[in-house]
Design a protein around this ligand. Structure first.
Ligand code: UD1
Ligand code: CA
Length: 454
């Protein structure tokens, strides 16, 4: 049986008070709607139809890579009206799951359960029992069987006591949607076309409505403002943290961990507090990440220890290296095994060979550093002449004295030694000592200036 997913995403989201359409607000670094699309894809939906309205082009362009049918709802006349917009392209066979672009965390397993429950009946829904049902549609049952959904504003005092609410998520046979949707009216308190009215139509047709409840309430919670957004963000992060801990990662505090993407982990990885992981990262066995580090699209091989407050973007780090604190590895930083990168060292588009060290205050850009090198404190590769970037090549076992400037393009030979404080503009041969500095001037018995008498 083929499944269509219909995603309602036309609302403005006034309460977000944002220039960004609500469904593009990020949760764990991904737009809300992106989470729903991701889940739909995991369900192997044959087609995904998204109803858009506010911020239309921006929403569409954000998901240009996805195979999605877009349907515009120019005026938001209600949830029923929104789904009516899909009828011209909605298949006549199969089943539709109706989801929301601002309800990001519904689980695939829950939707599969709904699909199963609906097989017999042709229509099913997810409901939830809540303490405070104010504002929600109420589930009206007789002898346990769903009879109707009554919106809060249309409900009698007695109906408002009902604590089982409509989450808005349904599964309905497409043939039925074609039958029922054209018959919706807006004859209600809000003057809207209510999608919920199809439930009563189904009952009139003699159908029983299947209903399930989610494992956890957050799955069906929507985002209307930034307070709710932050609550779902924390919930999502908690789930990810639990998964990682079950995979063998030690998280010092799962409440102070953020994964905005994905991470592949070995065993006995330790992650201290306030670490942020973005894009896709990989951490090998025994890797330790200190407090406050930010890792984006980075691979770190086994045994490497990263000290606090180091920042990585698109870096590849070998085994048993030591990094930080306060190190910055930028795109194209490739470190072999046993490398040391210390505090306030920035590495960009550069490779460092096995056992090389740059321990303090250094910039390595567009460089190729051999094995076993010592890059002294304050070494700068001057890679930029104001117009173009140039390469610095440093041979194996070179020793670069502190506070040296290597003006690229320049090549330093194997076992070459650079004296501290040098500005090196010409190539240095293997096994050669090069230094560049003025003679030291001395004045014996020097008298320092005195403060003027008043
Ligand atoms: C709806 C349900 C209510 C349920 C509640 C759960 C109806 C009539 N009521 O309430 O029973 O308890 O959801 O949150 O369906 N949207 C559009 N186009 C529209 C109207 C809405 O795309 O014309 C989208 C909104 O962007 C939002 C979603 O549909 O993502 C739900 O709309 P909202 O107004 O929040 O729901 P209610 O109608 O209040
Ligand atoms: Ca509404």
């Amino acid at each position: 049986m083929s499944t269509t997913v219909i995603i309602l995403a036309a609302g403005k989201g006034t309460r977000m008070r944002s220039h960004l359409p609500k469904v593009l607000q990020p949760l764990a670094g991904q737009p809300l709607l992106g989470h729903v699309i991701e889940t739909s894809k995991q369900l192997h939906a044959q087609n995904i139809i998204t109803i858009f309205g506010h911020g239309g082009d921006l929403v569409k362009n954000t998901f240009a890579q996805e195979n999605i049918d877009w349907v515009e709802q120019t005026e938001q006349l209600g949830t029923g009206h929104a789904v009516q917009m899909t009828l011209p392209i909605l298949p006549h066979t199969g089943t539709s799951l109706i989801l929301y672009g601002d309800v990001p965390l519904v689980r695939k397993e829950t939707l599969e359960q709904l699909l199963n429950a609906t097989k017999e009946t042709g229509i099913g829904m997810i409901t939830l029992n809540v303490e405070d049902p104010t504002g929600y549609g109420r589930i009206v049952r007789t002898n346990g069987k769903v009879q109707a959904i009554v919106e809060h504003k249309d409900a009698s005092d007695e109906q408002r006591q009902i604590k089982e609410i409509n989450t808005g998520i349904y599964c309905v046979e497409n043939a039925k949607l074609h039958q029922w949707l054209p018959r919706l009216s807006n004859n209600n308190v809000q003057g809207e076309y209510y999608l919920t009215d199809i439930v009563e139509m189904a009952v009139q047709d003699g159908l029983e409505i299947a209903s399930i409840q989610p494992q956890q309430a957050f799955e069906v919670e929507g985002v209307n403002d930034r307070v709710q957004l932050s609550a779902l963000e924390r919930e999502f992060q908690k789930q990810q943290a639990l998964t990682l801990m079950r995979e063998g990662v030690t998280l010092t505090d799962p409440n102070r961990f953020d994964l905005r993407g994905s991470v592949k982990v070995g065993q006995d990885v330790k992650i201290d507090i306030n670490v942020i992981i973005e894009g896709h990262c990989e951490l090998g066995d025994f890797v330790e990440i200190g407090a406050g580090c930010v890792l984006k699209s980075t691979k770190i091989a086994s045994g490497t220890k990263v000290q606090p407050y180091s920042v990585f973007d698109s870096a590849v780090v070998g085994e048993d290296t030591q990094i930080g604190p306060f190190a910055r590895l930028r795109p194209g930083a490739v470190l072999a095994n046993d490398v040391h990168i210390g505090n306030f060292v920035e590495v960009k588009n550069s490779t460092l060979g096995q056992g090389s060290k740059a321990n303090h205050f250094t910039y390595l850009g567009d460089s190729q550093v051999g094995t076993g090198c010592n890059i002294g404190a304050g070494t700068i590769t001057c890679n930029y002449d104001g117009a173009n970037k140039h390469k610095t090549i440093i041979g194996d076992h070179a020793f670069i004295g502190s506070n040296s400037s290597l003006v690229a393009p320049v090549q330093i030979g194997n076992y070459a030694t650079i004296g501290a404080g040098s500005v090196i503009t010409r190539n240095v041969a293997d096994h050669t000592l090069a230094f560049e500095r003025a003679q030291q001037t001395e004045k014996a018995n020097y008298q320092r200036p005195q403060k003027a008498q008043k």
